[in-house]
Design a protein around this ligand. Structure first.
Ligand code: NCD
Length: 347
């Protein structure tokens, strides 16, 4: 794997390999010294053309835990606001010796463009492109679901897929790169996905996606789901009115207090509630739901660092310009001084 651009083309073995590597990285995160020497001397550039809080910080934390040098570049306050093109920006970063570029862009396809050209010879990671894909978000979601699913089954997460898990994804599917990336990845991992949205917030051609579609959130919940993922209403991407009022939206499509209670009444004690953040509390999710014991919102953020460490590790340590260290999950305080080992065998 040279780049991580989408989940649509991710094979089952690559997906499981990333999830398994993230488990090892999570174990590093639980140690007192949360750092590995693996990417010492390597440069990771966070290239953000669109606002972001958790994704950018998460990539930064991940790169730093692997001892890489991190350069944060946001379009605001840079020459991009003076009209510099993606090509010129990429060539500048290349001249600075970037080994990996983590790119978030408002234009769908921008990361693919960067990876396909010879503007820069670096691993490209898509951190969200327009309404297209957000692969590391889907991977961290799958990681969170896999831990939950394995715990219920009483089996280890490592090596596991999500066979038979029922996942509902509800809300603004039309504008959501998170929904797209999740549908592809969850299909590959063997989960059954249902999208729930008003017809106005479903993309054209959704009937060809490998999932079912419902317009009724209550009916979907009554049938039983193991994970309920709520999507943010993406007001900044809406150029028209897609639903009558916010009150009507939250009544029909929001995960409100009534629906939270319904999970108990229906006897679904193990259903988790997910949200990629940032949340519109009171719109697509109520505060009671977001803060309930069923909510995995903060676990998703935590798991995001492990997934991004795994992605950076797998993309950069395969590159033999300099040997990379194997994630060492057994020793503790010696992590900083651990010498470089050969890259780990894939699972
Ligand atoms: C998502 C994104 O930016 O696509 N957020 C994230 O990465 N945590 C979802 C969203 O903005 O609603």
């Amino acid at each position: 794997m040279k780049h991580l651009l989408s989940t649509e083309d991710l094979s089952l073995s690559d997906a499981v390999r990333i999830l398994d590597t993230a488990e090892e990285m999570a174990a590093v995160g639980e140690r007192e010294v949360k750092k590995l020497p693996t990417l010492r001397g390597r440069t990771v550039v966070n290239l953000f053309f669109e606002d972001s809080t958790r994704t950018r910080i998460s990539f930064e934390a991940a790169a730093k835990r692997l001892s890489a040098d991190v350069i944060n570049f946001s379009a605001k306050g840079s020459s991009v606001s003076k009209g510099e093109s993606l090509k010129d920006t990429a060539q500048t970063l290349s001249a600075m010796g970037a080994d990996a570029v983590v790119i978030r862009h408002w234009a769908s396809g921008a990361p693919h463009r960067l990876a396909a050209t010879d503007w820069i010879d670096a691993a490209v990671i898509n951190a969200g492109d327009g309404t297209h894909e957000h692969p590391t978000q889907a991977l961290l979601d799958a990681f969170t679901m896999r831990r939950h699913w394995s715990k219920l089954a009483g089996t280890p997460s490592a090596g596991a897929a999500l066979t038979g898990m029922r996942v509902a994804i509800a809300g603004d599917v039309l504008h959501s790169r998170v929904a797209r990336s999740n549908v592809w990845l969850l299909r590959t991992l063997g989960a059954e996905v249902t999208l729930v949205a008003p017809p106005t917030l479903l993309p054209i051609g959704v009937e060809k996606w490998p999932c079912s579609v419902s317009y009724d959130l209550d009916e979907t919940l009554a049938r039983g789901v193991d994970a309920m993922m709520m999507l943010r209403v993406q007001g900044e991407r809406m150029n028209a009115s897609f639903f009558p009022t916010t009150r009507e939206y939250s009544r029909r499509w929001g995960f409100d207090d009534n629906r939270l209670r319904a999970l108990d009444t229906l006897g679904f004690k193990d259903t988790i509630i997910m949200h990629p953040g940032p949340m519109n509390r009171g719109l697509e999710i109520s505060s009671a739901a977001a803060d309930s014991p069923r909510s995995t919102v903060l676990a998703q953020v935590r798991n995001g660092v492990s997934i991004r460490m795994a992605a950076l590790y797998l993309l950069l340590s395969g590159d033999t310009r300099e040997p990379a260290g194997r994630p060492n999950t057994t020793t503790s305080a010696s992590a900083e001084t651990t010498s470089a080992h050969a890259p780990k065998e894939s699972h």
